[in-house]
Design a protein around this ligand. Structure first.
Ligand code: PHE
Length: 515
């Protein structure tokens, strides 16, 4: 992204306008041009004893006023002391500093010497090769450094001092050496030579930035000078909300279902009865998932009351006695258990309601989908929370088979950019056969589970009243998993909950699942 600059649409630099100091320096420059024909910014800075950049700034703001001045940029290179070079001038070269740090008679442990002065390593090796110091490797307590020369002459310091006073010119060999030692550096100096422009004047007249109603009424606009528009200025970015990654990915999935002709199911009820969440799906009342360890039951209101009673009777019968050629589970089905309210554990509860509704009219094929939140009493870890989102697809049509399910899954996942699918036999109380869906993840270089699917059991569909030759195929996946993979988020807490970084939400790009 292009860097935002804080300029107004007319390119007026906020800092420059109304800067009295800048204006007076600008006027000074104009005066100098009037008197001498042209002005060298570097010389002027020296003469006024101010920072060169300040003069350059004043020239730039004069440039922005139209054709007041002409300016030509020039430059040259020169050798300058670095900060290290400057400190060598005042305190001595690193090698002499190290030499001075060695006590004349006793010497000093090498390890201690190295800690005692800055740049000790360079200084030490220079002082050694200059023959100023010697090292006693076998001394007690470790290698010891002693003075070898009784006195030294710090030629480097002397030379740098002369250089800084302009009394000396470096030869090429010295330049290379000082550059290598980072005592000097070659810098480019840029300066301007400024002269009169076609609209030269010694007075700075502020250009107008806005055309006001007053100027139009008085006619004064005719004589005003207007600042030209800066078409390169960027506007102030509008503040706006940002979609959470889960919302972006949900939008993509919704789009895919809509393209395939699916209708969205109403999922606006987090609270569901056990009847629709479990019983209607032929999930027996003793099933471990119906335990409070796995499911959040609601205390208030504890029970649901409004059921289609004839259908409820048929569900009771299929569980307790069987029917339609099935033996059922043969247990004592209790309405009390079915009444218990809970936070829905899967969106298949919604699918059950929709299929029941579908069965109440003369049969017409249907394709439904939903994407919404579900709740499970899970042990929380890096990839699991007690609530997440499910994506679910359902197709009802006469004569559907497992082959149709596999075909639909291939076209669905192809739209997500996933071409390699594998299926593994699985078990759900409400589907037979059931299949777990795996896809090959190129990034992770392995097969990952992406969903669950199956053909709904007759024990679920026939009590609803659907014709016998109608099959319903369905599949479900989580929304969080593809989102975490897509946005490379490893911990679910970085995606959902109070630890989410809002900047992450703001920065994340739009989502295209197949890209
Ligand atoms: N309800 C299943 C789950 O919770 C997903 C699923 C949906 C399986 C539809 C088969 C058919 O994981």
């Amino acid at each position: 992204m292009k860097k935002m600059t804080k300029s107004t649409p007319r390119g007026q630099d906020v800092k420059q306008s109304g800067n009295k100091m800048g204006d007076s320096l600008g006027e000074k420059i104009l005066q100098e041009i009037e008197e001498q024909g042209n002005v060298n910014t570097e010389e002027l800075a020296k003469r006024l004893d101010i920072d060169h950049q300040q003069v350059v700034g004043a020239v730039k703001s004069l440039q922005s006023l139209g054709n007041l001045i002409n300016s030509e940029q020039k430059g040259y290179t020169k050798w300058e002391l670095t900060e290290e070079g400057k400190s060598a001038v005042t305190d001595g070269s690193p090698e002499s500093v190290v030499y001075q740090a060695v006590p004349p008679d006793t010497g000093i442990l090498q390890a201690e010497l190295m800690k005692s002065v800055p740049n000790a390593k360079v200084g030490f090796s220079k002082a050694m090769s200059a023959g100023w110091l010697l090292m006693d490797k076998n001394a007690e307590g470790g290698p010891r450094v002693k003075r070898k020369a009784d006195s030294i002459v710090d030629k480097v310091q002397e030379q740098l001092k002369k250089l800084s006073l302009g009394d000396y010119q470096l030869n090429d060999k010295e330049k290379v050496e000082y550059k290598k030692r980072k005592l000097m550096a070659e810098v480019t100096v840029k300066y301007y030579v400024v002269s009169k422009g076609s609209e030269f004047s010694t007075e700075i007249r502020k250009q107008e930035t806005d055309l006001t109603p007053e100027m139009i009424m008085s006619g004064s606009w005719k004589t005003h000078k207007f600042k030209s528009l800066n078409f390169d200025a960027l506007g102030v970015p509008p503040t706006s909300g940002h979609l959470h990654p889960l919302q972006k990915v949900r939008t993509e999935f919704r789009q895919i279902f809509l393209e395939l002709g699916f209708t969205e199911m109403p999922t606006n009820n987090f609270v569901e009865s056990s009847f629709w969440n479990f019983d209607a799906l032929f999930q027996p009342q003793q099933h471990p998932a119906r335990d409070a360890h796995d499911t959040f039951f609601i205390d208030d209101p504890m029970n649901a009351h409004d059921f289609p009673m004839d259908y409820l009777e048929r569900v009771k019968k299929i569980h307790s006695e069987g029917g339609y050629g099935s033996q059922g589970y043969r247990y004592d089905w209790k309405i009390e258990e079915a009444k218990k309210n809970l936070l829905r554990t899967h969106t298949t509860a919604v699918s059950a309601r929709m299929l029941y509704k579908l069965a109440q009219k003369p049969f017409r094929p249907a394709k439904f989908f939903s994407i919404d939140r579900v709740f499970r009493n899970e042990t929380l870890d890096a990839t699991h929370l007690a609530e997440f989102h499910q994506i679910e697809g359902v197709v009802a049509e006469r004569g559907l088979t497992l082959g149709h399910l596999i075909g639909v899954l291939h076209s669905f996942f192809k739209k997500l950019g996933i071409e390699k699918l594998r299926f593994k036999p699985a078990y759900n109380p409400y589907t037979e056969p059931s299949m777990e869906i795996f896809s090959y993840h190129d990034g992770l270089k392995k097969w990952v589970e992406v969903g669950n699917s199956g053909v709904f059991r007759p024990e679920m569909l026939l009590p609803m009243g659907l014709p016998e030759d109608v099959s319903v195929i369905a599949w479900g996946l989580s929304l969080e998993r593809p989102t975490m993979i897509k946005y490379k988020i490893n911990n679910i807490r970085d995606l959902v909950g109070h630890k989410v970084d809002l900047q992450m939400v703001q920065n994340n790009p739009v989502c295209r699942l197949d890209k």
